[in-house]
Design a protein around this ligand. Sequence first.
Ligand code: PBG
Length: 331
Amino acid sequence: MTQASFPALRLRRTRASAWSRALVAETHLSPAHLIWPLFVTEGQGVTDPVKTLPGVSRHSIDRIGAVAKEAKALGIGCLALFPNTPRDLRTHDGREALNPDNLMCRAIRAIKDAVPDIGVLTDVALDPYTSHGHDGLVDATGYVLNDETSELLVAQALVQAEAGADIVAPSDMMDGRVGAIRAALEAGGHRNVQIMAYSAKYASAFYGPFRDAVGSGGLLKGDKRAYQMDYANAEEALREVALDLAEGADSVMVKPGLPYLDIIRRVKERFEVPVFAYQVSGEYAMIEAAVAAGAGDRDALVLEALTAFRRAGCSGILTYHAAHAARLLAG
Ligand code: PBG
């Protein structure tokens, strides 16, 4: 490419006014690109703040419809649901995940009743339902069993699809579960239920506040490094994505978000499929901590971070700042 050089070329010319900057902007962010993660809890009339996530609450089922209406009014296209299962329903095998009347399924139905045309994404993994906080079945040595867990995840995904989930999102990192879930959805008549695979999910220190929100943090024995990815690796993320796409994933996710923009970019360039990022709880908490410390402006930090995901190649972003960002984008 031939380029003029200075002074014929002054890159600052197009930056000199707001209208001009808007004309040449290469990346756009709109509320339609945002997926809003919501925490649900038992009880009536409950809005229960999550201590480590200032501004984020767990909602009881009777209140979740109103939250969905708010999201719809803001132009947010999809909600992601996470249950804070009562302690006494958490077991070694996480069987509450398969109960068609569990918190998750009731929340899906309440949202679909309130706002039929908003997307509902559900997390497929056992951690909100197990007494040990792991995403799957654990053997006597503490190892999470792959194939046995996968069978349960298939059943869990079907229960969620029956309840009305539009996108099931396996976040467990078991090998082979995307193919197994796809086959079961096809056989069960759920042909249009999408799979968004948490393909490149890293064993991360940024998930702390989430585990607090779903109540699994205090229960977790050990760590998740025998199934979630090592943050030293990028090629392995590409192999995970290739496998999940071959097994029938409709879209893939990279998680956490901002420290992994290189992975997002490589996945997008290599596979040319819809890629999503999860700006996780610890990232949200860092922004809020910076704001509380007077070290940054919330609105500016939020819009810059979310636009960076789009620039890196994301179709959309799961973010706890979704409602706030949507309000800012509405002007
Ligand atoms: C559970 C799950 C986790 C998150 C989403 N799904 C936690 C984990 O893997 O321990 C984290 C999301 C966040 O931190 O915001 N499988």
